[in-house]
Design a protein around this ligand. Structure first.
Ligand code: MTE
Ligand code: HPA
Ligand code: MOS
Length: 759
């Protein structure tokens, strides 16, 4: 696995890069519609909490072109779309649990008609008071769980210095460019094929089967690519698929359901907002010795994947730091918000903010430089390297990414220049912030860490590659294709990429937790390797040598003596003539994982991905506005499978994280109606928000110690956390330790005024 690589490891462009640019890449809505396709539109709840007294379809049915109005009573199977456990409805039966919740569906000849008719359906609703904040929330959806080490109370009591704090961070809308969409095509004998923009085709299959009362084998789900997902199509895509399938079943015709942006934003889950409270004890040097903390997530109205998010938040609450005595509690509460869901980082980013707040307070209280305090508390080195739940961190990598990010940014020089700038500018202030992350790789639910692949070699030497992973723009398909091309030593162009299909590779996990290339890369490797061994056997018999002596190189297959050579295609053809199978499945399960959620102990992660960032900001103390002037990022990708793709992931994740912590604010009115339903009111970063100096690079020469495919590391989510450097820089500029996020101009202005009052 440490041998030199030719195809894996090279900076190939995304397989669809040119097609994305020319518009040739087909997203679901670009596919030719089967004749007779109908279009559906959701009927959604107008209140955050209430009783659905009556649904009158008459005004909709009276409109020309309307074919059906469907609601809970029309569901032939179970009205249940829960991804884990049971008890989350597709359509409201009696109690409305959040604004924008699906109540039913209108099916019509055109999408415009369906949308107009859905708005015309009369809902009689008895509004009830909603629970909209964590202050009012009483009921736990999951947890609270407690991570313990040593005796936190005693350690706090004997600490030389103590501090306490509390802060909040908001949720985040995924804002994938392609919204939620599914096309359901009814087949013979009740069968259903669903084209779905989904990270989790298998869950789509299961939920459609549950809602329609079918066997899994009667439902197949396919996805060639998504126009972005970011966790938002892990569970939410399944109920959209189920709604489309229900309409197809009821009408006997293909039905497409594409949510308008406003409906999408109101009806689908978001990142979990979190609230934090903590007390810490530390030495005069700033070494933190005791920590008691409570993290509470707003789970929204139902469980969805909040259990996993809480698990990741609690396992990342200490991030890359070591504290001897601690007690950290985390759980998710029920509110009348849309059920919050997976979003890049999956609770990890929220967990990792805790220690940043603690470090800022400790630095301030001890009067020491924050980077010195940070380094003093890193896990490893003189400090323990084990996480409180029992897993080893790599202290030398933590220190390396930190040192390299500081060096790249010219930290010491910037500090001096910023001090000079701030001394001479009355209203503008600059600030500098750093952040270091250790992100655990693997699904928090051990059994999800498995994957399958199916590889066919055709008799001309071209290859078809199918695996259980989905493509959402992150470059998974090209990375896995590179693995297969590496095994066969054939040009990447010879690998045909199959859409993800539940009929081709079954019982898959979602493409999530950044594990796509780790899991599917190994599964595809196993499949390709099995075929290669068979082909080598045939070649050996032709060449009169041993199979180990057969070499695959540059599209050729070579024997030990100079004149023994075949093209890869010629050998494939020969295998076929000799009736040797050229197809294989591959399977991979991540080894040595175990997790006890009640005890918060075990080995939930195969390894950690490390990263560090430095950001510089300038703020306007009169308006609360800010700009990020520079960002220097160093991310550990192990031995990268594709440095071009990985750099894109690092840059994109950082900017997305920056949006979460700065400009992206979800705003509900006093009745719990989400009012930020589009780009005019919900501000994601634009191209002009990218820092003018933006240097993202991959940490060099660090093959993964864990036995991952070609010693690579996952990259999809970890760099999102690095955006916390911007949050830290904003605190530095404003001169405060507490700063709630997102750091809107209002919040920043408030912080500047607090700091000014103290000065
Ligand atoms: N990159 C793009 N372009 N689009 C996406 O939707 N999703 C992110 C990340 N990078 C996403 C993305 C999330 S949430 C995850 S978990 C990973 O990609 C999933 O893919 P991987 O496991 O193949 O990295
Ligand atoms: N990340 C994303 N999705 C998940 C996870 C996770 O850790 N666990 C279960 N679903
Ligand atoms: Mo990513 S939040 O694990 O889909």
């Amino acid at each position: 696995m440490n041998a030199p690589l030719r195809i894996a490891g090279s900076a190939l462009r995304h397989d669809s890069a040119l097609r994305h640019c020319t518009g040739e890449a087909r997203f679901l809505d670009d596919m030719p519609e089967p004749s007779g396709t109908l279009h559906a539109a959701l009927i959604t709840a107008p209140v955050a909490h209430g009783l659905l007294v009556a649904l009158d379809p008459a005004p909709a049915l009276a409109m020309p072109g309307v074919v059906a109005v469907l609601s809970a009573a029309d569901i032939p199977g179970q009205n249940d779309i829960a991804p884990i456990g049971r008890g989350e409805v597709l359509f409201v039966e009696r109690e409305i649990q959040h604004y924008g919740q699906a109540v039913g569906l209108v099916v019509a000849e055109t999408r415009d008609t369906a949308l107009r008719a859905a708005a015309a359906v009369r809902l009689e609703v008895e509004e009830l008071p909603p629970v909209l904040s964590l202050d009012e929330a009483r009921e736990w959806l999951v947890g609270p769980f407690t991570m313990r080490q040593g005796d936190a109370d005693a350690a706090l009591a004997r600490a030389a210095l103590t501090a306490q704090g509390g802060f909040e961070v908001g949720g985040q809308e995924h804002f994938y460019l392609e919204g939620q969409i599914a096309l359901a095509i009814p087949g013979e004998g009740g069968e259903m094929l669903i084209h779905s923009s989904t990270q989790h085709p298998t869950e789509g299959q299961h939920i459609v089967a549950r809602v329609l009362g079918l066997d899994y084998t009667q439902v197949q789900v396919q996805c060639r690519r998504m126009g972005g997902a970011f966790g938002g199509k892990e569970s939410n895509a399944s109920w959209v698929a189920a709604a489309a399938a229900l309409a197809a079943r009821a009408t006997g015709r293909p039905v497409k359901l594409r949510l308008p942006r406003k409906t999408d934003m109101a009806a689908t889950g978001k990142r979990h907002p979190f609230r934090y409270r903590w007390r810490a004890g530390f030495t005069p040097e700033g070494r933190i010795t005791a920590l008691i903390a409570e993290l509470i997530a707003d789970g929204g109205h139902s469980l969805d994947m909040s259990g996993g998010v809480v698990m990741r938040a609690i396992t990342h609450a200490l991030n890359c730091y070591a504290v001897a005595d601690l007690r950290v509690t985390c759980g998710a509460k029920r509110t009348h918000h849309v059920s919050n869901t997976a979003f890049r980082g999956f609770g990890g980013p929220q967990g990792a903010l805790l220690m940043e707040d603690v470090l800022a307070h400790v630095a301030r209280a001890t009067g020491r430089d924050i980077e010195t305090v940070r380094a003093l508390n890193f896990a490893g080195g003189p400090n323990p390297s084990q996480t409180p739940y029992g897993q080893e961190l790599e202290g030398e990598l933590i220190r390396r990414v930190h040192a390299e990010a500081l060096a790249d940014s010219g930290w010491a020089r910037r500090r001096a220049e910023i001090a000079a700038f701030n001394a001479t500018h009355p209203t503008l202030r600059r600030g500098l912030g750093c952040f270091v992350a250790a992100f655990g790789i693997s699904f928090g639910i051990p059994h999800l860490n498995q994957a399958g692949a199916l590889v066919h070699v055709y008799t001309d030497g071209s290859v078809r590659l199918a695996h259980g992973g989905t493509e959402m723009g992150q470059g998974l398909f090209i990375k896995v294709a590179q693995v297969v091309a590496e095994v066969f030593q054939i040009p990447i162009e010879k690998i045909g990429l199959a859409a993800t299909h539940t009929g081709e590779v079954p019982n898959t996990s979602p493409t999530a937790a950044s594990t796509g290339s780790d899991l599917n890369g190994w599964a595809a490797f196993q499949a390709a390797q099995a075929i290669r061994e068979r082909m080598a056997g045939v070649a050996a018999s032709l060449f009169g040598c041993r199979p180990e002596e057969v070499r695959f190189e540059d599209g050729l297959v070579l024997g030990p003596s100079g004149n023994q050579r075949l093209t890869f295609g010629e050998l494939a053809k020969t295998c076929w003539m000799r009736r040797v199978s050229l197809s294989a499945t591959g399977f991979y399960a991540t080894p040595d994982l175990e997790w006890d959620m009640q005890a918060v102990r075990g080995r939930p992660f195969f390894y950690f991905s490390y990263g560090a960032a430095v950001a510089e900001v300038v703020i306007d103390t009169l308006t609360g506005e800010h700009r990020v002037l520079s960002a220097h990022l160093v991310q550990d990708c192990g031995r990268s499978l594709n440095p071009a793709i990985d750099r894109g992931q690092i840059e994109g994740a950082f900017i997305q994280g920056m949006g979460w912590l700065t400009t992206e604010e979800l705003w509900w009115d006093s009745r719990g109606r989400l009012r930020t339903l589009g780009p005019s009111t919900y501000k994601i970063p634009g191209s002009r928000d990218v820092p003018p100096v933006f240097a993202a690079r991959i940490l060099e020469a660090t093959p993964n110690r864990a036995n991952t495919i070609f010693r690579s590391k996952a990259v999809g989510e970890p760099p999102l956390l690095l955006a916390a450097a911007v949050w830290n820089a904003l605190k530095d500029a404003a001169g405060v330790s507490r700063l709630d996020a997102p750091v809107s101009p209002e919040r920043l202005l408030d912080a500047c005024q607090r700091a000014h009052a103290k000065r």
